[in-house]
Design a binder for this molecule. Structure first.
Ligand SMILES: C[S@@+](CC[C@H](N)C(=O)[O-])C[C@H]1O[C@@H](n2cnc3c(N)ncnc32)[C@H](O)[C@@H]1O
Length: 231
């Protein structure tokens, strides 16, 4: 089993080098192929879902965009008035996010950083949002990340996971027979039940409870949002 540190290294290499061009394109308006168009549409829906769970008025709220990529969610939160700290392992994506950020009116702003979302020196937050940034970690590691962030979060943590289902398990088993060429870090699907069990059992998450959940499926994109709130 890959540890958090090992997986984090692979993710950084992938998003900072291997996939940086593809990711820049996927997150832009540039035309993409049919398969990636389904992923883009799914990601747009997921971002809208997560934003819909946040208050419409975020003036004065501190929000961590954990694994911000090219920054689309951070921009929307800042437009609602949030003070956003947007962090990603990939300095290249963070530079691109900075470049793409329009002028924000209405008091919100974004502080972009490259580094680990678990860095305690980032301070504390009212909200944490991690869209598709924990899907490459083993479920116990993802839960430990949430437990770490929970110590510094006052209101809610919204994140996504890759929901496991029997069809996907078969697909994964078949996939193991073939070497993966692009060295992309594998997405680690987890059954919702198992994830909820791990969250409920974590000593540092006893003050938290799982609330709303929503799956988004669009062609080659499937991801599920889960909201954790203080009890
Ligand atoms: C699939 S991308 C999603 C990016 C963005 N949230 C979005 O939805 O457009 C996952 C991102 O999470 C970042 N990431 C993964 N683990 C991280 C960590 N421990 N600290 C900071 N960023 C991380 C990766 O570098 C990558 O850019």
């Amino acid at each position: 089993m890959t540890t958090y540190q090992e997986q984090r290294g692979q993710i950084e290499t992938y998003f900072d080098r291997t996939a940086v061009q593809a990711w820049a394109r996927l997150t832009s308006d540039a035309p993409v192929g049919r398969i990636r168009a389904t992923v883009r549409a799914g990601r747009d829906r997921m971002r809208a879902q997560l934003l819909a769970w946040l208050p419409a008025d975020l003036r004065g709220a501190r929000l961590l965009d954990a694994g911000c990529g090219t920054g689309a969610l951070a921009v929307e939160a800042a437009r609602r008035g949030a003070h956003v700290l947007a962090i990603d392992l990939s300095p290249t994506l963070v530079a691109l996010a900075r470049e793409r950020t329009p002028a924000i009116k209405g008091g919100g702003h974004i502080d972009f950083r490259s580094g680990d979302m678990l860095d305690a020196s980032l301070g504390s937050f009212d909200y944490v949002v991690g869209m598709d940034s924990l899907i490459h970690y083993q479920a116990p590691d993802a839960v430990r990340v949430l437990a770490g962030l929970a110590q510094r979060t006052s209101t809610a943590m919204l994140f996504t996971f890759a929901p496991s289902n029997p069809a996907l398990e078969v697909f994964k088993a078949v996939g193991k027979l073939f070497p993966r060429g692009d060295r992309s870090p594998a997405i680690v699907p987890v059954a919702e039940k198992k994830l909820r069990r791990l969250l409920a059992a974590d000593a540092d998450l006893q003050a938290w409870t799982a609330a709303r959940t929503q799956r988004v499926s669009s062609g080659f994109y499937t991801s599920q949002a889960l909201e954790l709130v203080r009890k």
